[in-house]
Design a protein around this ligand. Structure first.
Ligand code: PLP
Ligand code: COI
Length: 345
């Protein structure tokens, strides 16, 4: 029998908590090896590994939920498997086969099932797959050996406000990625490049930066570690850009919106159009759909007041509730997004 955990499930931060196991697989001599299970929190890495010097590091983020029926569901893991392959191709790394990715996600969740937060706590099990270049190289070239591993951690809401409006800002002095750069891949370096802007925004009291397109700084791009959408005259509008991560949450919300008869537009959104929207939110695995209250353009001094009554808007609320209900098995999963994980006793 698995020992019960004494965690304060309803008040978990979005952070790292040690669990029982992680899973690992090495690519060596031109092939992926056996899946290894470890309870160590450290890895052995050559000091000249390409991950450490030349940034060959890519990762993913997805979640497992304990449903109303007690079952564990992982949300859209095949999409994450495909996306990390795109990231690998982008950084000239060895792509992890989709089936291997899914098998390792399943194993990581099964082995740590006592860390999947209970139904009703609002928390979830965050799953963090990552791949790194392992071979030693001082010349700038891609690795011949890779480590793909998955760690998990129970988490609470990403933004401290939870499902309540949060304020974000626009600052043209920072970009997180270059035009035609690595923004469409989930690459560790993108996050390193965003730390300065993020900390600056936090110091000024904002929860995230709303980045503009790095080429012209005319159009909305994405919102810190999340995509962005707005509701304008009943339509769901979201930025189309080749410098943002294709968010699986955003894709799912667009589908849910269409299912509700809401028109969806994925297109360039000029900054000034924010004056015409009735609702806005940051969306992602960690952020889910976090409503935005106010967007302050720190360069022009203009304030876009979105949530005029300080409350999440009705469409965002409906989208959020539907997404959560699917993930928790409360309503039918009509698109086949969930994978139910069999628990071992
Ligand atoms: N954009 C960035 C930069 C992210 O880090 C994330 C988080 O994964 C997202 C968007 C949202 O993507 P997803 O919904 O697939 O988690
Ligand atoms: C996610 O939503 O999965 C992310 O990767 C965001 C994270 C960088 C905190």
């Amino acid at each position: 029998m698995k020992e019960e955990l004494n965690l304060d499930w309803a008040n978990l931060p979005f952070g790292y908590i040690r669990t029982d196991y992680n899973v690992r697989c090495y690519y060596r001599d031109g092939k992926w090896g056996e899946i290894e299970v470890s309870s160590s929190e450290t890895i052995n890495i050559h000091m000249a590994a390409t991950a450490l010097h030349y940034g060959q590091e890519i990762f993913e983020g997805l979640k497992a939920f304990r449903g109303e029926d007690g079952k564990i569901r992982v949300f859209r893991m095949r999409e994450n498997a495909h996306r990390i392959q795109e990231s690998a191709l982008g950084l000239k790394m060895q792509p992890v086969p989709v089936e291997l990715f899914c098998e390792m996600v399943t194993k990581a969740v099964q082995l740590n099932s006592r860390f999947v937060p209970p139904y009703g706590s609002g928390a979830s099990l965050y799953i963090r797959p990552l791949e790194i270049g392992m071979s030693a190289s001082v010349g700038v070239r891609s690795s011949t050996e890779y480590l793909f591993m998955i760690l998990v951690s129970p988490v609470g809401p990403y933004f401290k406000t939870g499902f309540a409006p949060t304020n974000i800002c626009i600052m043209r002095e920072y970009d997180r990625v270059a035009p035609k750069g690595t923004g469409r891949w989930k690459v560790g370096g993108n996050y390193a490049a965003s730390l300065g802007a993020g900390e600056h925004a936090h110091e000024l009291g904002y929860s995230a930066v709303l980045y503009l397109d790095p080429k012209e700084k005319k159009y909305l791009d994405e919102c810190g570690p999340a995509n962005f959408f707005a509701i304008k005259d009943g339509k769901y509008i979201t930025p189309a850009s080749d410098s943002i991560l294709p968010s699986i949450t955003n894709m799912s919300l667009q589908q849910i919106a269409k299912d509700m008869g809401i028109e969806v537009e994925s297109r360039h959104i000029p900054v000034e159009e924010l004056d015409e929207v009735q609702e806005a939110a940051a969306c992602g695995t960690a952020a889910v759909a976090s409503p935005v209250g106010e967007i302050d353009d720190l360069d022009t001094g203009h304030k876009y007041i979105i949530a005029k009554d300080g409350k999440p808007g009705p469409v965002t609320t409906k989208l959020y509730n539907t997404l959560r209900a699917i993930q928790l098995g409360e309503i039918p999963d009509t698109h086949g997004w969930n994978t139910v994980i069999e628990e071992t006793k």
